[in-house]
Ligand binder design. Structure first.
Ligand code: HEC
Length: 136
């Protein structure tokens, strides 16, 4: 293999890796154009970051988030979801606050990642459809 061939091979390899990285990152629900699934995309976030305080053990502000029925019922402050209107939905607005805002959810631990916040926003913007999911 002469020097030029090796360089070309290396470049092709780098391009393949870059293409792979692109494919992997776009398989996440990054844009509203992509259909978000509650079961696949939203539930893993809720299960790991919300249910410890809004589930079978604790129901802060009477809010449970471990079944579709409970999420639709909302909490003491009323409904947390307005389908199609993320800005009117506390399910979204309470995770999309500055890090030092006392209303920020989750009330403990790191804020959700921008990707997770966008997943929740896009799911509500697309109609907050639970699909076949009834509970986790
Ligand atoms: C460490 C506990 C904790 C975790 C984790 C947590 N919350 Fe909360 N949440 C609370 C407490 C306490 C309240 C009541 C006080 C308040 O409104 O800030 C509350 C209230 C709420 C309310 C208002 C409900 C109502 O009707 O008044 C919403 C909406 C909410 N949380 C959403 C979420 C979401 C979404 C997550 C996950 C991303 C989450 N919370 C994770 C403790 C938690």
């Amino acid at each position: 293999m002469n020097h030029w061939t090796r360089t070309t091979t290396l470049l092709a390899g780098a391009a393949a890796i870059a293409a792979l990285a692109l494919t992997t990152s776009t398989s996440q629900p990054a844009s509203a154009a992509q259909q978000v699934s509650f079961a696949r995309d939203v539930w893993p976030i809720v299960e790991s970051r919300c249910v410890s305080c809004h589930g079978p053990v604790d129901q802060f502000n009477d809010l449970r988030m471990d079944t579709a029925q409970a999420i639709l019922a909302g909490g003491r402050g009323g409904k947390i979801l307005v389908p199609g209107q993320p800005e009117q939905s506390t399910f979204y607005t309470r995770v999309n606050l500055p890090a030092d805002d006392l209303d920020l959810m989750p009330a403990e631990g790191d804020p959700l990642s921008p990707q997770e916040i966008e997943t929740i926003r896009a799911w509500i913007a697309q109609g907050a459809d639970f699909g076949g999911w009834t509970g986790g």
